[in-house]
Design a protein. Sequence first.
Length: 193
Amino acid sequence: MSDERREYFRIDDEVVLEYRLISEDDVEPLVERIQARVPDRFTAASSFAATSRQMAHLMHKVQSQSPELARCLQAIDQKLNLLAQLFVTEEIHIEEQPTQEVNLSAGGIAFRSQQEIATGSLLEMRIVLFPSLIGILNISRVMHCERINDDNRQFPWQIAATYEHLRESDRELLVRHVMSKETRRLRSERGEI
């Protein structure tokens, strides 16, 4: 990964990862889809999560004025988030998808691949984070591809890619996800969980 992308904290994680090679001609319509204000079934959970974060300050005000109304609004928000998670699981057929170990940050991702992917290649990438079941759609550029000689013969190629087109709200979700995972890992190491 380039030095400028290393500004983000990185973790090892397990995600559902789908990707496909795309051409420069595919970029513009895909960027329009990524940036669309109306989410599709795959990005609904990430859009809902971003909206929930934006509403947090208002919910705090409502909580102080009317705790019953706040609980009702929180329940509605939870129901909508569950519905959005269902969309993600159906869209990507999550029960049929194995998770994959990756190295993840808000700036890019490293993962193992069955095939070599040329440096500079563009990928349409769909990532599902756990346990939130948030789907993140982005366009990434392969920065590095190296054959690794280890016991993993099924996935011999190590790919490093940076996100070229990613909604800023999804980048924020990635930052929160990475920090949350790291916090849980550190607590677990200290025996706090």
